[in-house]
Design a protein around this ligand. Structure first.
Ligand SMILES: O=c1ccn([C@@H]2O[C@H](COP(=O)(O)OP(=O)(O)O[C@H]3O[C@H](CO)[C@@H](O)[C@H](O)[C@H]3O)[C@@H](O)[C@H]2O)c(=O)[nH]1
Ligand SMILES: [Mn+2]
Length: 748
């Protein structure tokens, strides 16, 4: 238990944002004034005025949600230097890595993830690392096994020289240069470093040879289980790759490989299913009170992060912190983030803001309190009422007597540090396979009351929301150096598919029985937290109003009408003020946080692009699911490591395309805006030529803004190979443009 008399382990501080609040409120007043203006002149204008009114109402509503999210941001500080003094016997932690497909997620990356997790600055006898392989691939087992052999040299090296980035892949690519501590001669350091590099190169070569099939893996001995398996048809496989038998603190953590049972026609629930299996397998093996989960490409960037996390999990009042969310950086981000991968604003504004209400959202990577994952509510935890009858435990947790026994301890133990560790991990394998089988969850509460929720492909967001609804809070922790660093997808089909998946997941949650409104009414989800979740979930809903709004200038120019006030009209001041204030606010925020102007613009531009590509198609996927026509599928992101020529060559930052239907609407929109901008230049006359009632500067301004936002697609129109928009996409887009123009003619 943390000793309350000693120095606090952490601190929560509300940040002063008065200026920001004032600006936000001014914008709100301007937005309402614009709505009033619309209403006053509604009868004088056609239906486009009405559509503009609807879109602006949506935007005003969204602005209100935005103000709520950002209103009270907080920051957390930790003091790990006092941790041992307060908690001499540190609690164990189970660490999970998920991987799915060795072709999309290269085994060398997974091996690096495992290496840096095993090398964290935390007693090795308190860490167990589990690798979940949904691909059931001997390549993954082989890579991780080989990595564990290299770990015997690598981990002592990292700890001795206090290396910051302990993924050798990044370390040796010069991602962050380390220098030896001052009392060690640099020659000794360099000699050791050279040796490590040689060993790592050997490891890399072995893994690459296996992947390329140059030296196929011999499917005998440890690998015999893979002899007759298919990715989606195989029994559960659990292997202890390395056990810290003597339980020594400066040894190597346990390392366990898990491939859950898969059968055709059995619903596996993607990552949520994998997380539940990991929770159970670790639950019968090491049963640590805390867990950390990362994707196969998420490296540790701050080796002290586990200690810092413990400060928060053990040091906060009432220990009401259920999980810790950290910001993830990407190591392969190109200059100025042309593809908008950095979720900087999502963490700085939304995450910090929510942390000031009930706690940050959960996104992908983070620390959890096991009892929370087991479905314990905060009230039951606070009143020490976690104990349930054996029958009830069996209904919830399934048939494993061992799991029931250990879960009962986890739920009822008031101290988060006391756990019974098994004598010998190998003796638990049979039980681990039992809880990793397909049928284990049948008629249990896994996926609903217990574990990670099923039903959405953004399982992380749902999990966070469920935890808040049970009265817990959570923390957004943004340490320096940042905790995690992963790989960013390149801008092209991969990033569009990822954004589509996120948006589809958000729509799934919004239309589910567990949407934030229902939860706010029925559970402990606070009202402001509910509104914050609505804001996140509705982010992609904006795609539709935005699409409509961006069509208004086209319609106006083609039909010789207008939907914005004329320059010089009093109302035009409103429009100018809104555009100026919001943009100045965005740019000063970004630049205040050390971001370049270009990066800020790239983020804005990427929002415009995503809205009419990934987000629009998320609507479609969601509608197909609603009508039961098809299920939303978790399409795993291909992990990408750019070569030097990708990053610095002539094509660095260029968008790439394929013949996916996702690129038709945006190409069509681009054609439309280019056409209307060209009309005056080409001397083309609008369809309906009534003098004095035509479009003004603002309509042309919006169209020009859209063309600028879609600039990567303008380049795509003229690009070659994968950098060019396919001819078939252009034809389909041109056809849509013709249909739209005909419609304008009919309506205008
Ligand atoms: O059937 C599956 C599908 C995925 N995964 C794993 O889930 C993780 C996330 O998948 P990825 O393709 O990398 O998706 P991202 O868009 O990069 O992931 C973000 O968004 C996901 C939700 O959409 C979260 O699950 C992730 O943690 C979060 O980092 C990876 O480790 C996968 O191996 C599985 O284990 N089993
Ligand atoms: Mn990922």
């Amino acid at each position: 238990m943390a000793n309350s008399a000693s120095h606090p382990l952490c601190e929560k501080k509300f940040l002063n944002n008065t200026k920001d609040r004032v600006v936000d409120l001014i914008v709100l007043v301007l937005l309402f004034s614009l709505l009033v203006y619309r209403l006053l002149y509604l009868s004088d204008h056609g239906f486009i005025w009405f559509i503009a009114f609807l879109c602006e109402s949506w935007y005003t509503f969204f602005w209100l949600l935005w103000i709520n999210v950002k209103w009270s941001p907080v920051d957390y500080k930790t003091y790990p230097q006092f941790l041992l003094q307060s908690v001499p016997d540190l609690p164990p932690i189970d660490v999970f890595v998920t991987t799915t497909d060795p072709m999309l997620e290269p085994p060398i990356t997974t091996a690096n993830t495992v290496l840096c997790l095993m090398a964290v600055d935390y007693p090795a006898n308190k860490v167990a690392c589990y690798v979940s392989d949904d691909g059931c691939s001997p390549l993954t087992l082989y890579s991780v096994t080989e990595a564990s052999k290299f770990a015997r040299f690598w981990i002592p090296f990292c700890k001795k020289y206090n290396i910051q980035v302990r993924a050798p892949m990044l370390y040796f690519s010069g991602y962050s240069a380390s220098s030896p501590p001052s009392n060690i001669s640099s020659e000794i350091f360099q000699a050791e470093e050279r040796k490590m590099k040689e060993e790592y190169e050997k490891l890399k070569e072995k893994i690459e040879d296996a992947v390329q099939g140059k030296i196929p893996i011999d499917l005998s001995g440890d690998y015999a289980v893979f002899a007759n398996t298919e990715k989606n048809n195989h029994p559960a496989i659990v292997k202890v790759i390395w056990e810290n038998k003597e339980r020594i603190s400066n040894g190597l953590p346990h390392l366990i490989y898990v491939s859950r049972e898969k059968r055709p026609n059995h619903q596996h629930h993607y990552k949520a299913g994998a997380m539940n299996v990991l929770t159970r397998v670790s639950g019968v093996m090491t049963n640590a009170p805390f867990t950390l989960n990362v994707d196969s490409d998420m490296f540790i960037n701050n080796p002290k992060i586990v200690q810092q996390a413990m400060c928060l999990l053990l040091g906060l009042n009432h220990r009401d912190c259920a999980y810790i969310q950290c910001r993830e950086l990407s190591y392969n981000e190109l200059k100025d983030d042309p593809f908008g991968n950095d979720l900087f604003a999502a963490f700085e504004l939304v995450g910090r803001g929510m942390a000031g209400i009930q706690g940050s959202f959960f996104g992908g990577t983070g620390f959890h309190r096991r009892k929370v994952v087991y479905g314990l509510t905060f009230d039951a935890h606070a009143n020490e009422q976690g104990k349930l009858s054996y029958e009830e435990m069996k209904r919830r947790f399934g048939n494993s007597t061992k799991l029931i026994k250990l879960a009962t301890q986890t739920l009822s133990v008031e101290s988060d540090t006391k756990v019974d560790q098994p004598e010998d991990l190998s003796s638990c394998i049979e039980m681990a396979c039992q809880v990793a089988s397909c049928d284990y969850e049948l008629e249990t509460a896994w996926g609903s009351e217990v574990g990670w929720m099923y039903g959405s492909i953004t399982e992380d967001l749902v999990m966070g929301m469920k935890i808040h609804s049970q009265g817990w809070s959570s923390v957004l922790y943004l340490p320096d150096p940042p905790a995690f660093i992963g790989s960013a997808p390149p801008g092209g089909p991969i990033v569009t598919i990822q954004k589509k998946r996120w948006a589809t997941g958000q729509l799934e949650v919004l239309s589910s029985r567990n949407n934030p409104i229902v939860l706010a009414v029925k559970t402990k989800l606070k009202l402001r937290q509910c509104l914050a979740y609505i804001f996140i979930l509705m982010w992609c809903v904006s795609a539709l109003p935005e699409l409509l709004y961006s069509l208004l200038p086209v319609y106006s120019i083609v039909t010789n009408s207008h939907f914005l006030p004329k320059v010089g009209e009093v109302a035009s001041v409103l429009v100018v003020a809104l555009v100026l204030i919001q943009n100045i606010q965005t740019f000063t925020f970004s630049m205040g946080h050390g971001q370049s102007l270009r990066k800020c613009w790239n983020t804005i531009r990427m929002n415009r692009i995503t809205n009419v590509t990934g987000n629009l198609f998320a609507y479609l996927t969601w509608i197909l699911k609603l009508f039961g026509i098809s299920e939303a599928v978790f399409e795993v992101t291909k992990k990408y490591h750019p070569t030097i020529s990708d990053r610095e060559g002539a094509y660095a930052g260029r968008f790439s395309f394929d013949d996916s239907a996702m690129y038709v609407p945006i190409t069509a929109l681009l054609f439309l805006h280019m056409t209307v901008l060209a009309m005056p230049l080409l001397g083309l006359r609008p369809l309906n030529d009534v003098v004095g009632y035509g479009p003004g500067l603002f309509e042309y301004g919006v169209s020009a803004y859209m063309v600028l936002s879609y600039w990567p697609y303008v380049r795509g129109l003229f690009g070659k190979g994968k950098y060019g928009i396919p001819f078939s996409t252009k034809c389909k887009a041109a056809l849509s443009v013709l249909i739209f123009l005909l419609l304008c003619r009919l309506l205008g």
